[in-house]
Write a protein that binds this ligand. Structure first.
Ligand code: Z57
Length: 828
């Protein structure tokens, strides 16, 4: 426990070691203190890394003053808090984010100038914490930003992976993964709190004890690890609020008591240390396709057990746990933290002696579950054999929850065995296993999807029996993105233009962007807007040139598809478009002069074990190297695939984009959040009626969005009737030419075998119906070319996209969570 006012002789303000408001001199002095005392170097001898670390520490020091004051103000408030439980936080760089939130950019720039330091060089030196895979992890990062900006008492809990998402390189066009050793040069943003470590237990067995006539079960674990918190400051936007992101690191306990290693043998003891520390060693690089590995379940239990204990430890000693729902809501970010449900039950019943029914009532009010997927393979299921071995007491608790739940189902519907089998938290086939999404749905007070269409499909297709049983639990909260990082920081040119037009209130009230609408009709504003886009393309080129020796063509339409590589997202559809255009020119069907110059930019990581995704990456690179160098194209069609797409690269790419590719098969992308970032930065979307695309199109209007492809009901219908991709190949000559060109070995030095698996998968399986949507996509791309030919019209549509996308602020998402799920008013 931290020192509280009751421990101190008298309440006191945080020590005013820093001059407030910040001045350049004060900032410089603190910077030099950090450089000298923390870094142990003089300014003259300091390396770039030394200077970066000292700068980061200095920024953190200023935020820490606010954090301490904030904690002191909130200490007595007894407000209900949100504990956001997420296995991933894809934070991105911290320096600019914290300079902006803390309003420190000016003094920092002056201080660095006074020290003769190039601030931009230090910016470029930062390594982003990539503690997430993609959309889900980035959403968590946007949400903690909004929680702080809205002043909601909240803590983010997660895992401090020693290795984040792998660094991607290409060798001969194929993905190679390198470890992301992001901590090696120092971690200036974090604060280890070893005194707040928690012990987390695993394994062993349960036994029953007779407790004054009631039979109770108790857990005799076999081994423990220590969970050490590392705190990150999460500043609100210039509001004096600073929340905590608490990430747990696994360490061996002092007396590492893993019995199987406990032979008194020194070497074994050291190995045991490694065993414990493995738990927080590496982020699993699968997005939407969990591999069911034991270590992953260990990670999940490790962080939620530590987090629950940590939160309960913040309550007063004599707190009545029956009132826990008044003080906390644990928001489950997908199924990864769902083992928290039986853990809270175990703590309440086994450790605090609460009666089962009362504990269950408390637990049900303390959890809410967000589902982020529609793919059946993404719904986590843990074999009973594994769960029973690792967490035997939790398995018992899950069994009892399931028994009582199924009894309630029977009470309502009778002995409808089909229904019972359907709704059981325990699946029987192919192995007996716990369905974590079902457990979360039964346990939580609310279940939400992440876009309107997704929430509807969740009710109708993924969890229909549960939606019938608990209709009141189901709700929607459409995702959002933080306007601070993805507009204000990433797009300074557009931000200035907007602020000059409507003031700067939009940064925390994004719906104010509507005030830009009339300016779409203002020629001078359109010219300024177009100039900003052109400037962003130049800025992107500087980044790409330095990073990868690549550049976007002058005057090109910048066509961007950046997201994880997954078949359902249909990068292959984009590839077929490129190949068709290429084939059209080389065959003479398309006159070069008629080709709208385009640069198609891909960014995507594939899960290391996802063979088809890796082949698609190889194909994109192979197509790029042929297209980019074929003199017949004269540079008018370029394919760029910068490796290692991450948050930092996104911040350069998104503001430069003209066209945003959101082309998943309808009914597969839960929401998407990249789609929101692009539209907000004035790219037009070419997209299917999927996820949040639906809401984007409704808001920006059909005239400002390129819709194509089957709708979800149409997809369901042809799936039902039997989908035959080869028929589309037979019937569409353009499609045939594109596929035949790939099959011919034109992109693999004549070797037809390299991409044969991709081609035959498309022709004979095509799970995500690429071929069925090909002709609609090609037609939509023709509409894009025609629209882009009218530059002024395009700019008008781009402005309207910006003006009408204020809804997609993560501040609005958080307000929706508060209203529909959490009921946690902001505190002042
Ligand atoms: C992930 O990034 C998402 C869903 C998952 O089940 C897992 Br595991 C990882 C993504 C969805 O695919 C996106 O559609 C969505 O926008 C994002 O989560 C945030 O909700």
């Amino acid at each position: 426990r931290r020192v509280t006012s009751s421990d101190a002789t008298a309440p006191h303000p945080p020590v005013p070691a820093l001059e407030l408001p910040p001045t350049a001199d004060g900032f410089t002095a603190q910077f030099l203190r950090n450089l000298n005392f923390d870094g142990g170097v003089t300014l003259a001898d300091a390396s770039t890394n030394d200077r970066y670390l000292a700068l980061a520490r200095t920024v953190r020091d200023y935020l820490m003053l606010h954090a301490l004051a904030d904690q002191q103000r909130q200490a007595g408030a007894q407000a209900k808090a949100v504990c956001y439980l997420s296995a991933e936080y894809l934070l991105g760089n911290q320096l600019d984010n914290d300079l902006l939130a803390g309003d420190l950019a000016g003094v920092a720039a002056d201080a660095m100038a006074a020290c003769g330091i190039d601030l931009d060089e230090l910016r470029r030196h930062e390594i982003e914490p990539g503690l997430g895979n993609g959309g889900l992890g980035r959403l968590a990062a946007c949400f903690i930003d909004s929680l702080a900006t809205l002043g909601v008492p909240s803590i983010g809990y997660g895992i401090r992976y020693e290795y984040g998402i792998f660094r991607q390189t290409f060798e001969d066009g194929q993905q190679v993964e390198q470890p992301d050793a992001w901590l090696t040069l120092g971690a200036p943003w974090e604060q280890p709190r070893p005194e707040a470590a928690q012990t987390v237990s695993f394994g062993g067995r349960t036994e029953t004890v007779d407790d004054a006539g009631t039979v109770r079960s108790r857990w005799i674990p076999e081994w423990n690890v220590s969970a050490v918190p590392y705190d990150y400051l999460v500043p609100g936007f210039r509001n004096g609020r600073v929340n905590t992101l608490r990430l747990w690191r696994a360490k061996a306990t002092d007396a590492f008591d893993l019995r199987i290693f406990n032979s008194g043998d020194y070497e074994q003891a050291v190995r045991a240390q490694t065993f414990a520390e493995n738990i927080s060693k590496v982020l699993y690089p699968e997005d939407s396709t969990p591999q069911g590995k034991e270590l992953r379940l260990q990670q999940q239990y490790f962080f939620v057990a530590a987090s629950i204990r940590d939160f309960l430890g913040r309550l007063p000693e004599d707190f009545d746990l029956a009132r826990l729902p008044e003080r906390v809501i644990f928001q489950l970010n997908d199924t990864h933290p769902v083992i928290a449900v039986p853990e809270l039950m175990r703590v309440l019943v086994d450790e605090h002696g609460m009666a089962w029914d009362e504990a269950w009532a408390v637990t049900q009010q303390c959890f809410a579950y967000t589902c982020h997927t529609l793919l059946p393979e993404a719904l986590e299921v843990w074999p009973v054999e594994l769960l029973g071995r690792l967490l035997p007491r939790h398995l018992e608790i899950v069994y009892r929850i399931n028994e009582e739940f199924l009894a309630a189902v029977r009470a309502r519907f009778g002995d409808d065995e089909m229904r019972i089998r359907d709704m059981s938290i325990i699946a029987e086939f192919p192995v007996r296993a716990v369905r974590m999404a079902y457990l979360a749905t039964v346990a939580g007070s609310r279940v939400n999807g992440v876009a309107e269409l997704h929430s509807q499909l969740l009710r109708d297709k993924v969890l229909p029996a549960f939606a019938e049983f608990f209709p009141e639990k189901f709700t929607n909260v459409t995702n959002g993105v933080t306007p601070r990082r993805f507009l204000r920081l990433a797009n300074p040119g557009l931000s200035t233009l907007i602020t000059d037009a409507i003031g700067d209130g939009w940064v925390t009230d994004l719906e104010r962007l509507h005030e830009l609408e009339p300016l779409a009709e203002d020629a001078a504003f359109r010219a300024a807007f177009a100039a900003v886009k052109a400037g962003n393309k130049r800025r992107l080129n500087e980044v790409l040139q330095a990073r990868d020796g690549m550049r976007v063509g002058d005057g090109h339409l910048v066509d961007v598809m950046v997201k994880r590589l997954h078949e359902y997202k249909r990068q292959l559809l984009k590839v077929l478009h490129v190949v068709s255009e290429y084939e059209g020119v080389v065959s003479g069907r398309i006159a070069l002069a008629d080709l709208q110059p385009r640069t198609v930019l891909f960014g995507a990581k594939a899960a290391p074990g996802y063979a088809m995704a890796k082949r698609i990456i190889h194909l994109i690179n192979a197509v790029g190297s042929v297209v980019n160098t074929d003199p017949r194209l004269d540079g008018r069609l370029q394919v760029l695939f910068p490796p290692n797409y991450n948050v930092t690269l996104a911040e350069s790419v998104i503001p430069a984009a003209d066209l945003s590719e959101q082309i998943s098969l309808a009914g597969k992308e839960a929401s998407g959040t990249g789609n929101m970032k692009f539209a907000l930065n004035g790219a037009l979307t070419i997209g299917t009626d999927d996820g949040a695309n639906v809401e984007i199109r409704e808001l920006v209007g059909d005239a400002n969005f390129f819709l194509f492809g089957m709708t979800e009901p149409e997809v369901a219908e042809i799936a039902q009737a039997g989908y035959h991709p080869a028929a589309f190949y037979q019937e569409d000559a353009g499609l045939r030419r594109a596929i035949d060109l790939i099959a011919s070995g034109a992109f693999s030095g004549g070797d037809r075998s390299v991409f044969e698996p991709v081609v035959s998968n498309l022709l004979y399986e095509d799970r995500f119906m690429v071929l069925a949507d090909y002709s609609a996509y090609m037609a939509a791309q023709q509409r894009v070319d025609a629209a882009y030919a009218d530059q002024d019209g395009w700019t008008r549509a781009a402005i309207l996209n910006v003006a009408r996308c204020g809804f997609f602020s993560s501040d609005r998402s958080i307000r929706d969570y508060i209203d529909r799920i959490w009921h946690t008013p902001p505190t002042t």
